[in-house]
Design a protein. Sequence first.
Length: 312
Amino acid sequence: MVIILLFTFGLSQIAQAGFGISPPYVRNDKLTYGSHYEQKIILVRGDPIEDLKAEISIDIPEAGDWVSIDKGMEFILPKGEKQVPMIVSVDVPKDAEYKDYKGYIRVVTSSLKPLEEGKITIALGARIDVDLTVAEIKIFDFNILSINTPLDLEEGWKFWKIKLPGEIKVLMRITNTGNIEAAPTRAHLDVYDISCRDLLESSDSISLEKVKPFETKEIFAKFKTKLEIGAYCGEIKIFKEDEIVKEQKVFFNVVARGTLPSEAKEFLGLAIWIWVVIGIVALAGIGYGGYRGYKVWEKKKKKKKKKNKGKL
């Protein structure tokens, strides 16, 4: 006799049967039409001694076709892998109604081995609750997960007597928790001596790359600097409108420039091309002016010859 047992869990912990999910839900109350949202779900196995087949079914009234699984509706949980991630994606159509959409996603696993007669097979399963809200609202919001700056920065580039400012790049890891593209309104950097007492310079970075709704991305805040070689202390402030949402102290060194950076090369290349274009335009102008002058002179010469012939 073949008996199939289905275990459904509402917890993110590993159940006694050896299968669980984390987190056990897909929730978002900040969606609007055209939104794209992703949620990572970890499928957890207590004792992965064999390959298992995972089968997905989606039951979300009026929104089932919005949801997709990165691995497809059937995939293998490999032997030896205790944790297998899958990405649940939600794409809200532009004609979606503004309301709540609730349902669930079922994950059922089964052995790939042929079933012997008289044996009992156990199908382990879990349910992911889905709770989505589509609203006619634009939400600007984000979280700063981390701030990092290189320990060593090169001093400003020097070319003959010209010294270009250097650049301090601050790497920020941001999660957009709103439903429109977002980025910090500005980033502010105060640079002090190594004792963090004497303020040496301050600058802002306002042209920050935007992050798409519900995505996590690393972006740079770039600050121009005229710092000389040495060790420094910095205080970084990240703003959302007029509110400081993240503040962090960093330490870094400015070191001697070793090679010409790509930014300077691009600057020189652009400058050379500009001068080449100016030269071509100038030569063309001179050539055209000379040609016009020659034509005027030739015309006057012909008139003079004609006048002389008339006198004869």
